[in-house]
Design a protein around this ligand. Sequence first.
Ligand SMILES: Nc1nc2c(ncn2[C@@H]2O[C@H](COP(=O)(O)OP(=O)(O)OP(=O)(O)O)[C@@H](O)[C@H]2O)c(=O)[nH]1
Ligand SMILES: C[S@@+](CC[C@H](N)C(=O)[O-])C[C@H]1O[C@@H](n2cnc3c(N)ncnc32)[C@H](O)[C@@H]1O
Ligand code: SF4
Ligand code: SF4
Length: 376
Amino acid sequence: MAMRRRVMDLLRRESVFRITPNYLVGACSKAISQSTPATICEETNTSKSDMLVDSFGRQHTYLRISLTERCNLRCHYCMPSDGVDLTPNSSLLSSDEIIRVANLFVSSGVDKIRLTGGEPTIRKDIEDICSRLSNMEGLKSLGITTNGIVLARKLPKLREYGLNLLNISLDTLVPSKFEFMTRRKGHNKVLEAIDVAIDLGYNPVKVNCVIMRGINDDEICNFVELTKEKPINVRFIEFMPFDGNVWNVKKLVSYAEMFDIVTKRFEGVKRCQDHPSDTAKNFSIDGHRGTISFITSMTEHFCGGCNRLRLLADGNFKVCLFGPSEVSLRDPIRSGTDDDGLRDIIGAAVKRKKASHAGMFDIAKTANRPMIHIGG
Ligand SMILES: Nc1nc2c(ncn2[C@@H]2O[C@H](COP(=O)(O)OP(=O)(O)OP(=O)(O)O)[C@@H](O)[C@H]2O)c(=O)[nH]1
Ligand SMILES: C[S@@+](CC[C@H](N)C(=O)[O-])C[C@H]1O[C@@H](n2cnc3c(N)ncnc32)[C@H](O)[C@@H]1O
Ligand code: SF4
Ligand code: SF4
């Protein structure tokens, strides 16, 4: 039975990955480019549906799926110091439920899915989920955002199962600071994961770095230095407020300030052409193999080009990272609602999406979930 499923998987994958079957991409030789999603799937004729267009005309094509509320780290900026309430396992979406919901989105025009969490790599059925998602007709990119702790070991298989976008979070190059920021050990494992990802051909490997004043703002130039030799994209992220993360405007280092720090030290910093739905403002630096970016959610939001929706591990659907409103898809699924009924619920929530977030001071006062529940 297992063998039959594997053969069926391979056959299906071959028919989806007609341009470059993923398992035929040479392990080290061929880059998995984030800008050429054709390496994972050819263009399909998936129709875009009104369900995913909001009242401001934004078409949502990117679904972030949180696979778990659990994590093997405890980052101060994400996880409240006294932990979070965990949803009982029976109330989390099963892999079949995730695939059913993802299918609804992909058949309505979503072409990019990112897995997140908590820490998505600790979910036991992650390989099965990746394999089933990457086989979906119409899905062009399947990504993950991960802390990298167990990635070096798991990445070859995940890549084989269709994972073609990789963002790894690393906030410091100093091991003792890593232990302070994450309340756990493992700095060397994250560095190893970045190198394994480069060797496997992910290009660029995106490195997410949340900058907090007095904690790691002194390392900005060291991270930029890293892009000289490594083909990575270091993304400096403005610290954002979420429930329990003791955000404070004094700890926020703005895009303007970070940019100033970088350009005072490095010459030849040039703005790249960004995609309208990018979260990041991207820059190349003369003579560097890698690039740098800034994610400016607080001081220069990018809501006008927003194409993102979120499915949380407990089955709640969230149309905005900072919007408190959520609607359960799990409950209707478990009470027998058919696909049309689910589409109605999703479409109505999308239509209620606001034009932009409320501004950093209002966000800081609004009840939302802890970041670890939302997944970024
Ligand atoms: N304000 C805002 N921030 C976001 C959104 N999506 C992601 N982020 C933040 O951007 C940072 C990086 O998130 P990632 O998980 O790497 O996702 P991404 O930036 O969409 O990644 P790419 O697909 O590589 O562009 C995190 O701090 C996220 O919380 C969004 O829709 N709005
Ligand atoms: C919530 S994590 C989940 C995925 C995975 N555990 C990881 O850390 O990459 C997703 C992203 O959100 C970022 N993040 C978490 N809390 C944040 C905050 N308060 N402000 C800005 N980014 C944050 C993390 O650095 C990470 O890149
Ligand atoms: S940022 Fe990621 S690694 Fe850190 S606590 Fe949150 S979910 Fe875990
Ligand atoms: S804050 Fe909300 S509207 Fe703005 S980019 Fe993020 S998810 Fe989209």
